[in-house]
Design a protein around this ligand. Sequence first.
Ligand code: SF4
Length: 402
Amino acid sequence: MAESMRVPWNEPARVALPRHLYVHVPLCRTKCTYCSFYSVVDDGSVSHTDLVEETVSLLRGWITPQVRWVPLNTLYVGGGTPTALGMELSSLIKSLTGVIPLATGAEVTVEANPDSVSEELLGELADVGVTRVSVGVQSLDDGALSRLGRLHDRAGALDALAAVQSAGLELSVDLMCGIPGVSHEVWLQTLAEVVECGARHVSVYPLTVEPGTPMAEGIAAGRVPAPEEDEVVDAMDAAAAQLQELGLQRYEVANYAVPGAESRHNTAYWTGEPYIGIGGGAHGMLDGEQARAIGLAPGNEADIGRTRYGYASDPFPGGAESPLAFLESLSVQDAAREDAMLGMRLTTGISDELGQRAGVIGPLESLVADGLVTHESGRWKPTVRGWLFGNEVFGRIWGAVE
Ligand code: SF4
């Protein structure tokens, strides 16, 4: 070994940071009527340049003498509305990947809203390494979009999808089902149109009414109709059948993809891989070794399977007293139990080995008896009925103590 390559005998081994990074951009042009996520209306009071610099400085803060970075397999810039940053979004990504570089073939996703997407911006994003754009379309029905408080209309959504396609980026589309006033035919047509526009990944989420939102108030006052549970279930079922027919397979309870176009970043969440999350209100997760190295290991340090943390809404200097709003750890076995629970979101389910390690074989057998899970070839997989009664499945696994 060359002298210069020798590691000094007394230098402690540095722990590798996660290979996945989530960055939250808490800005939106306006607030949608149903939204309870943390975001600030971009009314000119927030300097985009400062937000970019402060976000990058949060990432720099992770590189301490106790850890070493490893190239990122996935980077996901979500919100909020990252595209509300305009051209500064590409500066953000360039600066972030200057702190922790991307691995070869990394997946880099940006969430976008149709009202803040342009061909010029998409070209810039492709130049700084973005590979995938997740567009918040929600609906292609003008009436529904207006009731949801979205800034775009049907034509604007279709233009945005075409722009992502012509920039050569992978297209993912978010749609909302069970919106009152959207007929079954319009819903099926919407699914077909987004696939026709080139979406190889579609996420379908039910419209949920969150307390304190303008939508909840409108429903309570009788001004707007509430989503009907039966219609939501029918729309979810119809989406599964329609997207399957169009070549997109359901790989997670709410996500469909052409084989090979599944979200690698989100799959990391569902399979218990650690990730760094940065930005106002962002969450992250570290394994026990990383948490101990970084000094984020509350409780019994010897038995930490994972630590979750969440940033304060305003974690920047001059904001909250502490940049972190919460910190919680799970034991090694609880982390395995959580993996087993999360695995039930996926079509592939979980292995016998994980079921045993998590101590959840008993509950899994009871779920099989109730038709909510199947057990074949060494894997426990949710049934469609199991997804419908997800709380029952997750609750029995999480509540298991063998
Ligand atoms: S764009 Fe997304 S984050 Fe922003 S207000 Fe609408 S739903 Fe909420």
